[in-house]
Design a protein around this ligand. Structure first.
Ligand SMILES: Cc1cc2nc3c(=O)[nH]c(=O)nc-3n(C[C@H](O)[C@H](O)[C@H](O)COP(=O)(O)OP(=O)(O)OC[C@H]3O[C@@H](n4cnc5c(N)ncnc54)[C@H](O)[C@@H]3O)c2cc1C
Length: 386
């Protein structure tokens, strides 16, 4: 049977898109050079946190809020379709302020969100102790974001794998796409292991490796790896209930008793080393926030490469305007929010593919914006730990 759509990349973005497209009746094949979700999508922390990230309103923030609002039903549908509980936990997120910290920045951040009518609550030190008794006694107050939840992203990837297969997607793992193939005005398919595979539409969702495939088109699209190092610790009986942030670290409690501690944001190329300095700083910051973590067993350390872009916004949409090739679609550059943005990206990329019309919601994220060259992102823009 002829392939309607080839998706390059079996991360959260590629698999979510493939799922939606197959549900709409298309014959979809996903090429994944490793295992489903083996890169950034399994490395992530699974926080669904647009407010925690945002310094001001704008189309990207709106896009993130819309995806957050879709998550509960996305998670339920996926759990139903796969039989795997993706552990969508709706306990909210606390941003803890510790003695001696610059409180002004937090107050400013909270103020614009409250003025914008976003759900946010100030929490006194006493109330914080009632909510999360394990938090350091040096905490002076906290800000609670009641709508910022989390999902277990590794289970999410397991569920997506089952769901896409059950919906009829052909998933080819261990299949590196070495090139896209073209004829004038259209992409015709991909090459993998020296073989050509043809399709009506090709979607590049190859995370931080996406720009390599686009080089032959001469597109000014750079997807840049931003390394994130993480640690998982464990002890019987998890002392915290919800996601906690300090200015140096976040910690994420999982149902199985693990606590994730993250993460660095480093521009170190495609280097996936885990470094002693980063692990040391992450652990120290986590123990400062929740002192009992000192006695926890370190279970795992890892890193992943977030797909960043020059303006830190995702690249989602058809390449037609820039290249004249309408049937090539990009869905990449989700940087720190790919887990959060999977439902909305999948929805609109499926709409675009089925109608061949760019949905308005995607306009801010098209490649046309790269006509003006922007500076490279720097670590200073984001800080080493976030
Ligand atoms: C430490 C860390 C913490 C994070 N925390 C969060 C969080 O809390 N919340 C959140 O929303 N996001 C978070 N993120 C970001 C999130 O993980 C990413 O934005 C998201 O996973 C990107 O998904 P993707 O499918 O685009 O990329 P990936 O998951 O990297 O998938 C791309 C896939 O394409 C495959 N591929 C690449 N090239 C080819 C090729 N030529 N042929 C075939 N296959 C190919 C790769 O093997 C890979 O599996 C975090 C990331 C990291 C690293």
């Amino acid at each position: 049977m002829a392939i309607d759509v080839i998706v390059v990349g079996g991360g959260v973005i590629g698999c979510s898109i493939a799922w939606r497209l197959a549900q709409s009746g298309l014959k979809v094949t996903v090429f994944e050079r490793g295992r489903v979700g083996c890169e950034a999508s399994r490395a992530a922390a699974g926080m669904l946190s647009p407010q925690g990230e945002a310094q001001g309103p704008g189309p990207f923030f709106e896009f993130c809020l819309r995806s957050r609002a879709m998550y509960r039903s996305f998670a339920e549908e996926l759990t139903e379709a796969s039989g795997i509980d993706v552990e969508y936990k709706d306990d909210g997120t606390l941003f803890v302020v510790v003695e001696g910290e610059d409180e002004e920045a937090k107050t400013k951040w909270a103020s614009w969100q409250l003025e914008a009518g976003l759900p946010l609550e100030h929490v006194s030190a006493d109330d914080l102790r009632k909510l999360e008794p394990a938090v350091t006694e040096l905490a002076t107050r906290a800000i609670f974001l009641p709508e910022e939840h989390q999902v277990e992203n590794r289970r999410l990837m397991d569920a997506l794998e089952v769901a896409i297969k059950r919906t009829g997607v052909e998933l080819i793992e261990g299949a590196d796409v070495s090139a896209l193939t073209f004829e004038p005005g259209r992409v015709t398919g991909v090459v993998s292991a020296g073989k050509r595979f043809d399709a009506g539409v090709v979607i590049v969702a190859a995370g931080t490796w996406s720009s390599q495939l686009l080089e032959p088109l001469g597109l000014n699209v750079k997807v840049i790896p931003a390394r994130g190092q993480m640690i998982a610790v464990r002890r019987n009986g998890c002392p915290i209930k919800r996601v906690l942030h300090s200015s140096k670290v976040y910690i994420v409690p999982r149902n199985d008793g693990r606590i994730l501690i993250g993460a660095t944001v480093e521009y170190a190329g495609f280097n996936k080393a885990v470094t002693a300095g980063a692990i040391n700083q992450l652990l120290n910051a986590a123990v400062e926030l929740v002192p009992s973590i000192e006695d926890f067993e370190v279970e795992e350390i890892w890193c992943g490469l977030r797909p960043d872009t020059i303006d830190h916004l995702p690249i989602i949409g058809a390449t037609g305007v820039a290249t004249g090739v309408d049937n090539l679609v990009l869905a990449t550059g989700h940087f720190r929010n790919g887990i959060l943005l999977a439902p909305i990206t999948a929805k609109f990329v499926a709409e675009l593919t089925n109608s061949n019309r760019q949905p308005d919601a995607l306009r801010p994220f098209g490649i046309e914006r790269f006509e003006n060259n922007l500076p490279e992102p720097t670590p200073a823009a984001y800080g080493f730990f976030r």
